[in-house]
Each structure stands twice: as structure tokens, then as C-alpha cells.
Design a protein around this ligand. Structure first.
Ligand code: UT7
Length: 321
């Protein structure tokens, strides 16, 4: 059967790392509050010249090197972001040009923190249908540029970065590698709980991120547990079969609660929220890349990827590495 097979990953982080203590000097917060409520200790913040496209390009180059695949072999780039370099053209096309890919298809998807799961499922469908042969799937964000740095309830939670996967359509055995199933959901009824208060066709400005954190938290735990069960049911796997869960990194307490609902030990959950904070669409591939490079995620492992974000949007994918 034709599956989208994982060939390599890469990631990129801005040079500047900002600690909780440094934020406490700018807004009325404390290292203790941020650690206790979120698990975050620091986050990377893009400096001058670092953009979503530049971080995405760096992550994509690292992923191609890891996969041993030339940029000229890539015929599909799907880039998830809520913070594109410009309203248009798509940031994916900037990355395509910077990498020197020879044509093919390149576009962005907007599903905020679930963006990487949406991009992965889209690329997977295109690879399995024969529309493309080799894909770069990227999650990249400069969330710092849309934060209200006076709002302590949001500005301490987010960070910048990018992560990328290389996937290739390959004929594999039933128990072979590849993406086994993905499930995506959206519910626009909750748009006002997490949004940006601007946009090209409304205010004509970029706007700032606004969030009712406590309510988002409540929905996240319920929705994520449901979609994880759904993917397991679709593939006939049990929670105990999962080697690693790579979740969207919004809050350590959400990761704990989701693992507990599934009956999985927290040791099987890859945690990077402590050092990256919430990097929106970049968080899942960034966390995956960390766990793969430090030797935790190995070929043959069964890995569950999951995320929930503004919209609301949420989704999960089960992949045999
Ligand atoms: O990535 C997309 C999905 N996003 C998420 O999943 C985020 C989900 N939500 C969360 O992670 C948590 O709700 C937060 C971390 C955002 C907030 O934690 P919480 O335990 O839900 O706190 P809260 O919003 O209920 O606020 C508790 C208190 C409030 O003070 P009062 O009203 O109890 O006096 C806030 O004003 O904490 C106060 N507070 C702060 N205090 C110090 C809010 N932000 C801060 C801060 N420093 N940075």
C-alpha cells in the first residue's frame, strides 16, 4: 500500500532566549506563577531579521539534510502558520524559493496551534493520491509579533520557532512505516475564546492575540482525549501500543491531564513547553525533532501527534516512524 513515510525532521529556534525572570521585569508576573500554571521556564523570541519564513527555511534545510533528500526532489510544501511574513504570497512560496525547489506546489494552511496536524493530513492525502511524491510539511511561527506585551495573561505563554518533516510516498507493507491515520476537527462556535483582534478585511491591521485561557484549557482536555481515542479506534491500536505522544505544547497541565485520560504514563509524553513555551503550529514538529535527535524516538516507534488551537481546531495523527 502507498503511505506517506517519514524520512527526516528538522527545527529552528531564534537565538534570543527570554526567561520568566526577564518577563517579570516588563509585566506584573513572576517566575513562580508561570512555572506553576504552565511549566514554562523560557521561550525563544525572534530578533530583527528573523521571520517565519527564515525560521521555516532553516528547519526545512535541517529536515532535508536529516532525510538525505535534495530540495529539488520536493514537489509539495505545506506550511502551517498563523504569523505569515505577509498577507500574501504564502510563506510556503518564500521557503520554496529560498530552498531552490524546482516548481511543484507550495501553500500555507491556517489552523493556528493545530496547523501542523492540518498540514500533515493535507500532505498525506496528496501523497497517497499521487498528486505529489515528496513533501515538506512545516510548522513555523513568530507569535511574539502578534502578542500584546502589556497583557500578562498571554504574553508569557508563547514563543517563536519552526519545525519540519520530510515525507515521501512509498509502497510499504501493512505493518510498515508511515502515517496510519489522521483525524481533524473544527468548531467555529468558540472563535471568541482565542483569536487575533485584527486582519486585512476587518481592521486593516495585524492585530494582537486574545485568549480566555481557562475556557480554552477546559475544551482542550476534552477535545484532545476524544480525538486520540478516535485515531486509536481507526487504526485498531490501544493506548499501550503507543511509544511516544508528541503533543502541542501549550501547558504542562494539559499534557498531564491528557496523558492521564488515556491512561498513559507522563514519561511517554514528549515535553518541550518548559523551554519553547507555546510555539503554535511549530510546537509539534519542534518537540518531535528534539525527541528524535536525543535518541528517544527511534525507527519503528509508534508516535501519536496531537494539537488543539484557535477556531477551535484540533486533530491527531498516528505515525509509525
Ligand atoms: O495553544 C492553543 C491552546 N491554548 C491553550 O491550550 C491555553 C490553555 N489555557 C492555559 O494554559 C491556562 O488557562 C493559562 C496558563 C492561560 C492560565 O492559567 P489558569 O490557571 O487558567 O489561570 P487563570 O486564567 O484562571 O488566572 C488565574 C489568576 C488570575 O488572577 P485572579 O483573577 O485569580 O486574581 C489572573 O489574573 O492568575 C492571574 N494571572 C497571572 N498572574 C501572574 C494571569 N496571568 C498571569 C501572569 N502572572 N502572567
Amino acid at each position: 500500500m502507498i503511505r506517506s513515510v517519514f524520512k527526516g525532521a528538522g527545527s529552528a529556534l531564534p537565538a534570543n532566549c527570554v526567561t520568566n525572570q526577564e518577563l517579570a521585569e516588563r509585566v506584573d508576573t513572576s517566575d513562580e506563577w508561570i512555572r506553576e500554571r504552565t511549566g514554562i521556564t523560557c521561550r525563544h523570541i525572534a530578533g530583527e531579521g528573523e521571520t517565519t519564513a527564515s525560521l521555516a527555511t532553516e528547519a526545512a534545510r535541517a529536515a532535508l539534510a536529516d532525510a538525505g533528500i535534495e530540495a529539488s526532489d520536493v514537489d509539495l510544501i505545506v506550511l502551517a502558520t498563523a504569523t505569515p511574513d505577509s498577507t500574501f504570497p504564502a510563506t510556503a512560496t518564500k521557503v520554496q524559493h529560498a530552498l531552490g525547489c524546482n516548481g511543484g506546489v507550495a501553500f500555507d494552511v491556517a489552523a493556528v496551534c493545530s496547523g501542523f496536524l492540518y498540514a500533515l493530513a493535507t500532505a498525506d492525502a496528496m501523497l497517497r493520491s499521487g498528486m505529489a511524491k515528496c513533501a515538506l510539511v512545516i510548522g513555523a511561527e513568530t507569535m511574539s509579533r502578534i502578542l500584546d506585551w502589556e497583557d500578562r495573561a498571554t504574553c508569557v505563554l508563547f514563543g517563536d520557532g519552526a519545525g519540519a518533516f520530510v515525507l515521501r510516498a512509498e509502497d510499504v507493507a501493512e505493518d510498515g512505516p508511515g502515517i496510519l491515520a489522521s483525524k481533524l476537527h473544527a468548531d467555529g462556535a468558540h472563535g471568541e475564546l482565542l483569536y487575533v483582534d485584527g486582519g486585512p478585511s476587518t481592521t486593516g491591521t495585524v492585530g494582537k492575540l486574545r485568549m480566555k485561557g481557562r475556557e480554552v484549557f477546559r475544551h482542550a482536555v476534552v477535545n484532545l482525549a476524544e480525538v486520540l481515542e478516535e485515531v486509536l479506534a481507526a487504526t485498531g491500536h490501544k493506548p499501550a501500543d503507543i511509544d511516544w505522544v508528541v503533543p502541542h505544547q501549550a501547558n504542562l497541565r494539559i499534557l498531564d491531564a491528557t496523558a492521564r485520560k488515556l491512561g498513559l504514563p507522563i514519561e511517554k509524553v514528549v515535553v518541550t513547553v518548559d523551554r519553547h513555551a507555546n510555539t503554535s503550529a511549530a510546537s509539534v514538529p519542534l518537540a518531535f525533532d528534539v525527541a528524535r535527535r536525543d535518541g528517544r524516538i527511534k525507527p519503528g516507534d509508534l508516535v501519536m501527534l496531537e494539537a488543539m488551537g484557535g477556531g477551535f481546531t484540533w486533530g491527531a495523527s498516528l505515525m509509525r516512524v
